[in-house]
Design a protein around this ligand. Sequence first.
Ligand code: WTA
Length: 636
Amino acid sequence: MSYPYQLMTQADYENAYRKSVENPEEFWAGVAENFVWRKKWDKVLEWNFTEPSVKWFIGGKLNITENCLDQWAQKQPDTPAIIWEPNNPNDPTITLTYKELLAKVIEFAVVLKNNGVEKGDRVCIYMPMVTELAIAMLACARIGAIHNIVFGGFSAKSIRDRIEDSQCTFVITADGVYRGAKPIDLKSAVDAALEGDTPVKKVIVLNHANIAISMKEGRDLWWHNEIASLQGKELKDPIEEMDAEDMLYILYTSGSTGKPKGVVHTTGGYMVYVTYSFVNVFQYKPGDIYFCTADIGWVTGHSYIVYGPLAAGATSLMFEGIPTYPDAGRFWDIVDKHKVNILYTAPTAIRSLMAFGLDPLKGKDLGSLKVIGSVGEPINLEAWQWYYDNVGKKNCPLVDTWWQTENGGILISTLAGVTPSIPTFATRPLPGIQPVLVDANGKELEGNNVAGNLCIKFPWPSMLRTTYGDHERCRLNYFATYPGNYFSGDGALRDENGNYRITGRVDDVINVSGHRIGTAEVESAINVQDSVVESAVVGYPHDIKGQALYAFVILDGNISEADALAKINTAVNKEIGHFARPDKIQFVKGLPKTRSGKIMRRILRKIAEGEMNNLGDTTTLLNPEVVEEIKNHRLS
Ligand code: WTA
């Protein structure tokens, strides 16, 4: 069994790719035919990258949840849609079939409606990795509300910023989350985020961890009470018909400047692309058990735990815990227990598990695995080889999938077993994706064996449409640097066979354990401290996290370094979240600056990386003397 749009051989891929470039509209219309539309589109594509304006399947009407749920509840009602594995291996697994998941989504959609949520409203979701998170997002999509999911590791301040920026009127959360030995409170962060004036009218709270929390009268409602109030009543399905270009969700992500941006994804094109890429990259076959270890709080979870797999009628395994609890064999236990066929994880998880050696793998049957995948950052050769040899047992294709929040879906990747895997290479673009490499002046570097800034020159169905509330920011960030192209912010090289290798960010965004962090955000969290004069944050290579943050900070002299350190750590926790805390904080007397007063990050980066003898020309600096001082006190 396969899907009508599934590419089975390398020749299929080459053919599809050629067609997708020669006639993109015909190509994507052919894929889109396989979905459930209430009304077919009038026109496939309209676009320009100057405004920018991109529209796919214009005039098409649909509801994405009919594709993710109703069609499968009809065709395969008893197939598991979601298998949920709890944090604690002794707690019971939950399985929801397509029929059950559809019923739960309709029920919760009714709850949302009864509480006043309307089509177009923005709903903030701040939840653990539980089935109710998937139910909440699908219920929003069912009634046309726009979800804005905030990863559970973000602080109250980050939740507040996101709620304000997108004017969310509802919040869905839980009392707490299990990650490792003891439950962690979530609700208090929401309470703190909503202090003072806020557009939020109601908060629906799931009791998940039995933590004592406070409920605000008139604002907070328990999920279970809301569901209980529906029992015995005839429910009218509140499904809305959506336009292909109606907003599906907003997801905030970090860039090199300012606050995080609300990336906007719309309905029709997103659905088509995430499903097409899911099926083809992982070579999903009906009946396979697919396990993506990402958190739904990030785009990988949106596209490849929920929307892509469900729209393909797949069985998606969700896991609440962490890879090292109760021990470093947890992933392998899950693969063994559920006979997982496809595993999609991140290099940082691989590296952290590598550090425990091979013992945690002993006695675990990984024979069910057919495909293994990686996402979030470049995968180094050692991690690639370890994953391929010890997890894939040298007979599972490893797909290194390159993409971004803004892309919606995987753009460059091997198609498992169909096109060749090459260690540390994402390899070839998916059909419909036209990557180009440009030099610093925006000149396209043609031919092979070249390296440059990675851009995409033609639209694809799941690309971002705007940044919420600020279209100009979208233009400036992604479309103005190299006019005529979408600029990813990543660097890449293309080898002699046209395979791409992603070399990492070329801007001030750092991937720490696969979490995208803008150095500007961390600097502003540090700089708000009274005792801080100025700071600069750069990335440096880290064995497990891939990259970590190194902060250089100037103090005003009225505080001890120990106190400053504690204050800075607290400030980053509070402003962003614990995952954004710098690993190293060096107090310095000055920061290297150009004559026009700009911090020379290049020099700081080199020092952080330990490349002290290779700093280039520092004589043109305003203050060359600070460089020696910083070098002498570098933290190793
Ligand atoms: C990086 C995650 C190398 C890249 C889906 C990108 C990768 C950023 C890969 C996006 C990969 C993601 N190889 N680098 N296979 N996948 N990246 O928005 O720097 O959280 O720009 O999306 O992660 O991170 P985001």
